[in-house]
Design a protein around this ligand. Structure first.
Ligand code: ADP
Ligand code: MG
Length: 305
C-alpha cells in the first residue's frame, strides 16, 4: 500500500524520544484505502465552513460528592464560515462548551450538530488549537503538519504542508523542532496543523493566551487573514474583551456558575479588519458594553471564591 503510515518517517529527534504509545496509535489509525480518495476529494471541495447547532447543551461534572454545572442550557446556532467568540471570566465554562462542540466531552443534556451530523466523538470535522501547543515534540514543523493529512491518507500531504507553512510565514522553519521555535511560531505551526486536513470547523481555546502583547496582536491579524482564505467556521474562546471584539462576527458573553450565555453581541465592524479599528468610537462603545457585562460576572466568580 503506497500510502501506508510508517512511523519510521518520524524518528526520535529534536531531543525527544518518540513514545511507544504513539506507534500504537499510529498503527491503529492506519486509514482504509477506500477512504482516501473520498477524503481528499472532500478536502478540495470544502471551501466553506460548517453550520454548528448547539441545542440545550448542559455539562455537569461530579467531583467527589460535589456536582459542578459547568455549562447550562446553551443554545447557539452558528452560520457556515462565521467567526464567533465565547467570552467570559476564568472558570465560567468556556473550555467545557468548546470541548463539547468538538466531541472531546459528551454533554449531559442536549446535542451538538455540525452540518446536521451529531457530534459524539472527536472527528476530522473539527480542528483544535489550544493555549499551549500540542505539537509532537519529536517531529519537525513540517512533519507535525503532514501528520493529519497522512493519517487520513491524503496523497498530497507534503504539498499541503508546504502551502500551510507558507501561509503562516514559516516556510524557512519547516525543519525546525517545536522546542527550537518561539511561542508565537509554535502556535502558527499549531494553526497550520489544525487546518491541514481542511476541517470545516476550527475550535480555538485561548490560542494566544500565553503570548506577549505584540506577538498576540500580530497573530490576531494573521488569523483573520487565514480565516478569510479558508472560510472555516471558527469558535474562539478568550477572556480578552478586545480580542473577542476584534476577531468576531458575534461575541457570546458567558455568565459564571452555572456557565450559560448571558448575552449575544453582534460586532458590526467592517472587514477586512485592521488593528486601527480598536481606536474607533464604535469599537470603544462595544468594549464598554462588553466590559460592563464581564465585570459583573467576574465579581460573582471572585465573591464565590
Ligand atoms: P473556563 O474555560 O471558562 O475557564 P472551564 O470550562 O475550564 O472554564 O470550567 C468550568 C467549570 O467546570 C469550573 O468550575 C471547573 O472547575 C469545572 N470543570 C471543568 N472540567 C472539569 C472536570 N473534568 N471535572 C470537574 N470539574 C471540571
Ligand atoms: Mg478554559
Amino acid at each position: 500500500m503506497a500510502n501506508r503510515i510508517d512511523v519510521r518517517e518520524w524518528p526520535a529527534a529534536g531531543g525527544v524520544a518518540r513514545p511507544r504509545a504513539f506507534d500504537r496509535m499510529a498503527a491503529s489509525l492506519a486509514p482504509k484505502p477506500a477512504l482516501r480518495a473520498d477524503m481528499e476529494g472532500a478536502r478540495r471541495a470544502a471551501s466553506v465552513g460548517a453550520a454548528i447547532a448547539i441545542e440545550g447543551v448542559s455539562v455537569r461534572f461530579k467531583r467527589r460528592a460535589v456536582e459542578v454545572v459547568a455549562v447550562k442550557d446553551v443554545d447557539i446556532r452558528i452560520r457556515p464560515g462565521e467567526f464567533v467568540a465565547l467570552l467570559g471570566p476564568s472558570g465560567c465554562g468556556k473550555s467545557t462548551l468548546l470541548n463539547a462542540i468538538g466531541g472531546l466531552i459528551a454533554p449531559t443534556a442536549g446535542s451538538v450538530t455540525v452540518d446536521g451530523r451529531g457530534v459524539r466523538e472527536p472527528s476530522a470535522a473539527c480542528g483544535f488549537v489550544f493555549q499551549h501547543h500540542s505539537l509532537f515534540p519529536w517531529m519537525t514543523a513540517r512533519a507535525n503538519v503532514t501528520f493529519g493529512p497522512k493519517m487520513l491518507g491524503y496523497a498530497r500531504a507534503d504539498e499541503i504542508a508546504r502551502e500551510l507553512l507558507a501561509l503562516v510565514g514559516l516556510e524557512k522553519f519547516a525543519d525546525a523542532y517545536p522546542n527550537q521555535l518561539s511561542g508565537g511560531m509554535q502556535q502558527r505551526v499549531g494553526i497550520a496543523r489544525a487546518l491541514a486536513t481542511r476541517p470545516p470547523v476550527l475550535l480555538m481555546d485561548e490560542p494566544f493566551g500565553a503570548l506577549d502583547a505584540q506577538t498576540r496582536s500580530i497573530m490576531q491579524e494573521e488569523l483573520l487573514k487565514i480565516w478569510s482564505e479558508f472560510k472555516t467556521t471558527v469558535v474562539f474562546v478568550t477572556h480578552d474583551v478586545d480580542e473577542a471584539i476584534f476577531l468576531s462576527d458575534r461575541v457570546f458573553v458567558m455568565r459564571a456558575a452555572p456557565g450559560a450565555i448571558k448575552e449575544e453581541i453582534a460586532i458590526d465592524l467592517g472587514r477586512p479588519r485592521l488593528p486601527d479599528v480598536m481606536a474607533s468610537a464604535k469599537f470603544g462603545a462595544l468594549r464598554k458594553r462588553v466590559k460592563a457585562l464581564i465585570r459583573h460576572e467576574s465579581m460573582k466568580v471572585f465573591e464565590a471564591g
